[in-house]
Design a protein around this ligand. Sequence first.
Ligand code: ADP
Ligand code: MG
Length: 702
Amino acid sequence: MSNQFLDTSIEYLKGVGPAKAELLKKELGIFTFAQLLDYYPFRYIDKSKIYKISEINSDAAFIQLKGKITQIQTIGDKRAKRMVAKFHDETGEIDLVWFKGIKWLSSSIKPNVEYIVYGKPTLFKNTYNITHPELDLVSDSLLANKITLESVYHTTEKLSAKGLNAKGIFKIQKNLTSQLRGKIIETLPFELIEKLNLISKEAAIINAHTPENEVLLQKALFRLKFEELFYLQLNLLQQKVIKAEKIKGHVFGNVGDNFNTFYKNNLAFELTDAQKRVIKEIRRDVGAGEHMNRLLQGDVGSGKTVVALLTMLIAIDNGFQTCLMAPTEILASQHYEGLMEMLEGMNVTIELLTGSVKTAKRRQIHEDLENGTLKILVGTHALLEDKVKFDNLGYVVIDEQHRFGVQQRSKLWRKGRAIPPHVLVMTATPIPRTLAMTFYGDLDISVIDELPPGRKPITTTHRFDSARMRVFGFMEEEIKKGRQIYVVYPLINESEKMDYKDLMDGFESISRRFPSPNYNISIVHGKMKPADKEYEMQRFVKGETQIMVATTVIEVGVNVPNASVMIIESAERFGLSQLHQLRGRVGRGAEQSYCILMTGNKLSSDSKLRMETMVRTNDGFEIAEVDLKLRGPGDIQGTQQSGLLNLNIADLAKDGQVLQMARNEAIEVLKKDPKLQSENNHRLVTGLDNMKRNKVNWSRIS
Ligand code: ADP
Ligand code: MG
């Protein structure tokens, strides 16, 4: 938005002037008319309905009444001093009560003149009254001006003191929107406006601030949110198009012996439809000469590993080497062993490289990598070391992506030769679609949204600490059946000492209840040496211990199919995605599995909702959506520093559908006109430029 009128300094707006303008600049960064228009309300109050006093009942929310004040009295003194006005309409009477501003009010309220009263009735000594209501003369009221929806704006103390409280800002917005006709330039292509039946930019801005009615308000908000998200997506997708043009990828043209042999002889189960679909998506990418950068999301246990392996075999069939990187040694070695097992009888070379691999072995691995005989390398960060050089790296798989940074991803890239390897990033932390579309807008996304058949859903219950004895009883029964159990304690840095104490206390009471030699218990926490940790983990993995007491170090992917119970202590202190990750440690075998969430008796409403959500569903995506709603997009892992969150009117937590639509339309536009060169799209070029400029401005301010 840029034209002379809109660039006018805010002090020249009716109702503002130099003093208020100074404050608007300081407090809200509003210098111009355009910037005031960009300052949208956060909510709207419906003031179309007038209630009768006789209609008031106990559950009334904020309401409007119309009537006259007949009597004003000041009663009580000191702190209890208050002014009470008798207010009535033709159906009854109610008290209006003020504790503050009495002096000014008592001199300005006019008896026997019609007022509109707005407030929340409360029951006091069997009669209703309204404390600190808004009071407007009917002749001044919104209704007299045919305004039924009041916009509510965030403001600050300093602004309020100068008359720019929520209502004051609404007032100056009204002064501005009443002058807007004919002054707002359209910013979306005509085709798009027609196709989606959008209202004009001008009507949208006017109605977002001063809605004519509910229908127009909704249309206005939709149009503005759509536009904001559309440009965001258009920008991301355009960058992707540019990247795809610049960066060529290896072509994996044939599916050969390794893939086919594995499919025929080694694959022990039928792939799920979701797995098949994802493999197709990957094959389409790697077969086309473009560089693949793909995020694979799939809940724990959805079978991402076999998808990785099958596609790695395609790379090998085309003469390339591959690697799989995991965030911990335990995970890397589990992957290594799992892949070895799956590849049994096949002639595919595979090695494990971690920090603890001995020098001689390490040298051998380096050599085999460089001469090309080693085809699959599994490992940890150790893969990133400069000494690790490939002959012909074509395909990289990264497991549990949020533990690795973008930098590490690009380090792996550079291990390819002239052409970077294709990259598949796998994550078991489902990211809500709306966030994925925004933060990974330049990645392609595949989703495995189906678990292999025959899995019994994990039964989750919520128990209070007072039920601990019963929980111990349940543990005993499960151990009798031959199962193993995790008991997990939170570890949060600021209260580390307390957390360790909790862990050790818990360990002691479990040890007392489950004494040796009948029972063996492992304990693992962050203060232990890696070797000791590993030893304790291995005892549990091998089944030598029945109970594993741990802090959250086990969160990441260990696989013990015989473990069927996950007990999470102080579950209220964990976030939803972490709870879901932890629960995913069980339910990997054929047995019915359980997750027990232990909490104290007093829970905040958010904690309650988290527990209820966990009990209700096993679906990671559903949980991620609730998480997003609870915490807002700013707190979702890995997104904090992103400038993408500086949305002005859209809300990623609430506007998922609009976002999806915006993305689809942006794709559509770029498909027809990848460089935005057509006459019809000239507004988009301007719009993108404006957006980028505004984003820069924004980041300078904040
Ligand atoms: P995750 O997605 O959590 O990494 P895994 O790849 O470890 O899941 O798979 C979990 C388990 O499910 C493994 O034991 C694997 O062999 C098995 N599995 C994978 N796909 C299927 C399938 N289509 N049918 C049956 N079992 C499967
Ligand atoms: Mg996995």
